[in-house]
Ligand binder design. Structure first.
Ligand code: SF4
Length: 254
């Protein structure tokens, strides 16, 4: 843990809480920090409903325990890591996430926030790992895990907010991480990256744009990782593995 961790508590961290789906120690599996020992704090609740959501119990059927910020930080400090990922669900739906991030930053942790990029917050983020949701994420009736397509319209309306995405890029070190289901996603990725580049003042390098194969199991990744790697080479973007799936398949808490 960082040298200035265990810096005590204050009334804010005692009084505020977050719905926590899981909190665990693992390796960062994706993106620029892949392979780094990291504590994951997974909040419950999301403003979107991707059909392929790999954290179903934070979105489609949210489950959680309510933990105070003090309890969360204490548990984070029980692991020997300098990096913390705050993920979800969508962690930025909760105002209290700001308090958690401030507290972690004060304690000396490097913080990554995994977000869908639709809800900007001005807070203590060292790396904004933004995963904008493509049209292929929409839970149409045929793909909806609940089978009724009830969320399709709401999801489609909310999934992209160019102003919010540009604010993230201008405010934080960012990576734009796209879940690629097939080659047809690339045209949409190119258009979206170009729109964000136009709206943001800060530059987006091609190596800040990450292509990640869709798949929460080794079997599914085996089907499409090679094609996604070839697409990364073709377009000049960065390929990101899903190390945790390669190492532990779909075991919970990894
Ligand atoms: S934005 Fe993320 S957490 Fe929310 S439904 Fe989509 S994949 Fe799941």
């Amino acid at each position: 843990m960082p040298v200035n961790a265990d810096a005590g508590t204050d009334t804010k961290t005692e009084a505020h809480s977050l719905p926590i789906n899981e909190l665990f120690y693992s390796l960062q599996g994706e993106g620029k920090l892949a392979g780094v020992p990291t504590v994951f704090v997974r909040t419950s609740g999301c403003n979107l409903r991707c059909w392929f959501c790999d954290s179903y119990h934070t979105s489609w059927e949210p489950t959680h325990a309510q933990m105070t910020i003090t309890e969360i930080v204490k548990e984070v400090e029980s692991y020997d890591a300098n990096h913390v990922v705050v993920t979800g669900g969508e962690p930025l739906v909760h105002e209290e996430t700001n308090i958690l991030l401030d507290r972690l930053s004060d304690a000396g942790y490097h913080t990554t926030v995994e977000t869908n990029g639709t809800l900007f917050r001005d807070t203590a983020i060292d790396l904004a790992s933004i995963s904008p949701k493509l049209a292929s994420s929409t839970p149409t009736a045929e793909r909806d895990p609940k089978g009724d397509g009830e969320w399709a319209e709401r999801h489609e309306e909310r999934r992209i907010d160019i102003d919010a995405l540009a604010k993230f890029v201008d405010s934080y070190e960012t990576q734009l991480k796209f879940v690629v289901t097939d080659e047809s996603d690339l045209e949409e990725i190119e258009t979206l990256v170009s729109k964000i580049r136009d709206a943001a003042d800060a530059p987006i390098r091609d190596t800040d744009v990450l292509l990640m194969p869709e798949g929460a199991t080794r079997e599914r990744l085996d089907e499409n990782r090679e094609r996604v790697a070839e697409l990364a080479m073709e377009y000049g973007y960065r390929y990101t593995p899903r190390l945790h799936v390669d190492l532990w398949n779909d075991a919970p808490g990894t």
